[in-house]
Design a protein around this ligand. Structure first.
Ligand code: ADP
Ligand code: CIR
Length: 371
């Protein structure tokens, strides 16, 4: 397909019907899903009625319902199960996206409007664990997509390269502490890649949820990581999202980590135009990363609370927090270290999401001390 945004081939693809082979795969997949015990939000909200309404729709990028649901059909153990193949998918397939968004983001309904960006005052965040007893490290990230490009399954190889070229140029303008170097995945030595993954800097390879969503095509073309010299600021290029902008460091100084992220995003948005929708905020590949797309996390050891994982997750849920494994989502808690972060990213500003995480983590540390 052509790369240009509104060229005639995109209009043609919108007008063309969904082909019979895709419709057959959709029907087969739907039968399997509907008779399964899948815990996914996809299974919960894709009723036969909605499936029939959506199955013949196609965005102007040529994306179909199959692109949206293929990851959840292949991975019946998904928690969510859907991705947006391009920015239009959020509106064209709204009958499925809206209830999933509302469920995941704690009640953000199809009538709600996500607030305008507001980073607030990073100094308010302070240090979550000045004693250093519980928090090992702190990380805040956000996702961004470049306007005028589709998302993974609908991207061409040259679009991956084009995005990389544009962002590397923007990285070259970063100043002071944010100055660093871009390391493309193409040509990276395997031992260097492994060390970066083990140190929690680089994204992993071969995530089955992303693979089934067709998010790993042309790998490693256009993928890479920007790292500042101190390894406290990094940007992932073309993994799940066009950009994951990340600030992290050892210890619990959330204020310092957040301040660095705000500075970095503010610098990058002077050079790059990000995809944003007036109602649902910043647009990214997974509906869990809309709105402010911010995930603020600590790697923490709370041995008493985490002795019973189910209970631990329940306690976290009371503060709108999510528990992940040490190496990220769908992974184990290694050596008693868990990743605790804000879960919802819609209907609240960046600042409010940080405060929600901060208050919840402080409360969990207090409960650990009392246990
Ligand atoms: P994302 O946060 O980008 O959604 P993951 O959950 O896959 O993605 O996490 C990506 C990487 O970031 C993993 O290696 C994970 O261990 C690391 N990570 C997350 N939070 C922290 C933290 N507070 N300190 C150190 N590493 C972290
Ligand atoms: C799932 O549904 O479990 C996976 N597709 C992951 C969903 C949310 N996480 C993410 O985007 N990293």
């Amino acid at each position: 397909m052509c790369d240009k945004r509104l060229c005639s081939c995109r209009k043609k693809s919108a007008a063309m019907a969904v082909d019979p082979a895709t419709l057959e795969k959709l029907e087969e997949g739907y039968d399997l899903l509907s008779t399964s015990n899948s815990p996914s939000l996809l299974k919960k909200y894709l009723t036969r009625e909605i499936f029939d309404q959506l199955k013949k729709r196609k965005t102007s990028y040529g994306s179909t319902l199959l692109h949206v649901i293929q990851s959840g059909l292949k991975n019946l153990d998904s928690g969510v199960g859907i991705y947006a193949p391009d920015p239009e998918a959020y509106t064209l397939f709204a009958e499925l996206f809206d209830p999933i968004i509302e469920d995941y983001h704690g009640g953000f309904t199809s009538k709600d409007i996500h607030p305008l960006p507001d980073w607030g005052s990073p100094a308010d965040m302070g240090n979550l664990d000045p004693s250093g007893e519980y928090v090992i490290s702190t990380r805040v990230r956000t996702g961004r997509s470049l306007a005028d490009f589709p998302f993974n399954p609908s991207m061409t190889e040259s679009q991956y390269e084009e995005i990389q070229t544009q962002v590397v140029e923007a990285f070259g303008k970063l100043e002071g502490e944010l100055k660093g170097q871009y390391y493309p995945l193409t040509g990276m030595q395997k031992d260097v890649q492994k060390k970066l993954i083990d140190d929690h800097f680089l994204f992993k390879e071969g995530d089955r949820f992303l693979q089934a969503a067709e998010a790993c095509k042309y790998w490693p073309t256009g993928r890479g990581i920007y790292l500042n010299d101190a390894k406290t600021f990094l940007v992932w290029c073309n993994e799940e999202d066009h950009l994951r902008i990340i600030s992290m460091q050892e210890g619990g100084d959330l204020g310092e980590v957040y301040e660095r992220l705000v500075r970095a995003v503010t610098s990058l948005e002077r050079k790059l135009t990000f995809s944003r929708n007036e109602r649902i905020g910043y647009l990214n590949f997974c509906p869990t990363n809309l709105g402010n797309a911010v995930r603020a996390s600590v790697h923490a050891k709370l041995p008493k609370l985490s002795a019973n994982l189910k209970k631990f997750e329940e306690i976290a849920g009371m503060y709108n927090l999510q528990v992940r494994g040490t190496r990220g989502e769908h992974e184990e808690g290694e050596g008693g270290v868990f990743d605790i972060s804000n879960k919802r990213r819609m209907g609240l500003t960046e600042y409010e999401a940080l405060i929600e995480m901060r208050n919840g983590v402080l409360e969990m540390i207090r409960l650990e001390k009392e246990s």
